[in-house]
Design a binder for this molecule. Structure first.
Ligand code: ADP
Ligand code: MG
Length: 386
């Protein structure tokens, strides 16, 4: 057992006075490219990162669920017989919401045992790295195994999304949960959010001597309210005005008509989604034909589209991306839902320190908030650890 798993086990034993049945974990994620395309039934290209959320879980003999996290002080107690999105508050909705979403999707939980659950994580919260999906997928994997449900990874990803949409109330797509469930070492997950087909695409970062830097702006975002919901609504309105169900159905050839039909702002929102979908396809193609050193321009075009057309970046993110490229990054762009969070830079390994230092200096010189910068490695998705 690693030191970390031993300390999670010890925390569980201190909280509940008995040993866990097992520990399951799931990673946060970084989206390489394809932002706000998921809920428009488009394409995304995320990878699971080497930062995880662990769920130590012990089986009980009744139908009670007790819930603790190293991130909060309180103990939450709920009954499997009385799960409802209306009665779930705060962080517990991400866990209890998964059980509720299973039942809501028709899975019979009448024979399910109660559970004692302790959550621990090294995924930064609210940094655009999807600590929420890491939590949903870690407990989803644990529930599946402990309750003998036999669900596959994609089914568990879908259940995590339902929990996030309906129990938490954040109108997000399948991107985060798909990455957290399906991630593989040194691969991105190419997900078609319309058909929900997913396949791993090799990144070859190691062999090319590249690293990915995450530059957390430390500006916190809030998905359930505010700008994210506005963008979601703009896309839905744009689709309605264009006579399609989702923006997935239109391509670059339709943009001229869209410009005539839509108001100026909605047009720019639509243009982001349409061009971003194409950039995901182009990135998959480029990775296969020319490798990761050739995707810098696509990353830059995505960053510009998020900044100018979709308007979801903040000054810290824009400047960090620019400074990273000026200091030798192959490409840089915001990742995640936006309005804060993180950007990423694809960097030759020997320039990682110089790029990080240049970004920190640029933000300080501009009088902006100090970023937290670290590397991430594309890693394995949800799994049982012990
Ligand atoms: P992100 O997914 O980008 O980190 P979200 O706002 O979607 O940000 O999700 C963050 C929320 O998820 C937290 O506010 C908390 O409610 C819940 N959460 C994430 N990690 C944990 C954890 N380790 N323990 C308890 N709750 C967590
Ligand atoms: Mg989230």
């Amino acid at each position: 057992m690693t030191d970390h798993l031993a300390s999670v086990t010890a925390a569980f034993e201190a909280a509940y006075g008995h040993s866990p049945t097992g520990i399951w974990s799931a990673p946060g994620r970084v989206n390489l490219i394809g932002e706000h395309t998921d809920y428009n039934n488009g394409y995304v290209l995320p990878f699971a990162i080497d930062r995880r959320t662990w769920a130590a879980v012990g089986v009980r003999e009744d139908r009670t669920v007790r819930l603790r996290s190293t991130f909060a002080d309180e103990e939450i107690v709920a009954s499997l017989d009385a799960l409802s999105p209306d009665t779930m508050d705060g962080w517990s909705a991400y866990v209890l919401g998964v059980a509720w979403a299973m039942a809501d999707s028709g899975i019979d939980l009448s024979g399910a045992t109660g559970l004692d659950i302790l959550i621990d994580s090294d995924v930064p919260v609210g940094a655009g790295l999807s600590s929420s999906a890491a939590l949903e997928c870690a407990v989803g994997k644990a529930f599946d195994e402990l309750w003998g449900l036999g669900l596959d990874k994609l089914a568990l990803a879908r259940i995590g999304r339902v929990a996030e949409n309906k129990a938490v109330g954040a109108p997000t797509g399948l991107l985060d949960q798909a990455a957290s469930m399906l991630g593989e070492e040194d691969h991105v997950v190419f997900l078609d959010c319309d058909t929900e087909d997913a396949r791993p695409v090799a990144l070859h970062l190691r062999e090319e001597g590249l690293q990915i830097l995450v530059m957390n702006s430390n500006v916190e975002h809030e998905h359930a309210t505010g700008g994210y919901g506005d963008r979601f609504a703009s896309c839905a309105n744009g689709a309605t005005a264009l006579g399609v169900t989702t923006l997935r159905e239109i391509g670059q050839a339709d943009l001229a008509r869209a410009e005539e039909v839509l108001d100026e702002e909605t047009y720019r929102r639509v243009r982001h989604v349409v061009t971003e979908n194409q950039r995901v396809l182009d990135t998959v193609d480029t990775l296969g034909k020319a490798g990761p050193r050739a995707i810098g321009e696509l990353m830059g075009a995505s960053q510009a589209s998020m900044r100018d057309d979709f308007e979801i970046t903040v000054p810290e993110i824009d400047l960090a991306s620019e400074a990273a490229v000026a200091a030798g990054a192959i490409g840089a762009r915001m990742t995640g839902g936006g309005f804060g969070g993180s950007s990423i830079a694809l960097v030759p390994a020997d320039k990682t320190d110089a790029v990080a230092a240049a970004v920190t200096t640029a933000l300080a010189d501009a009088g902006l908030r100090e970023p937290t910068i670290f590397t991430v490695t594309p890693s394995q998705g949800a799994r049982r650890d012990i």
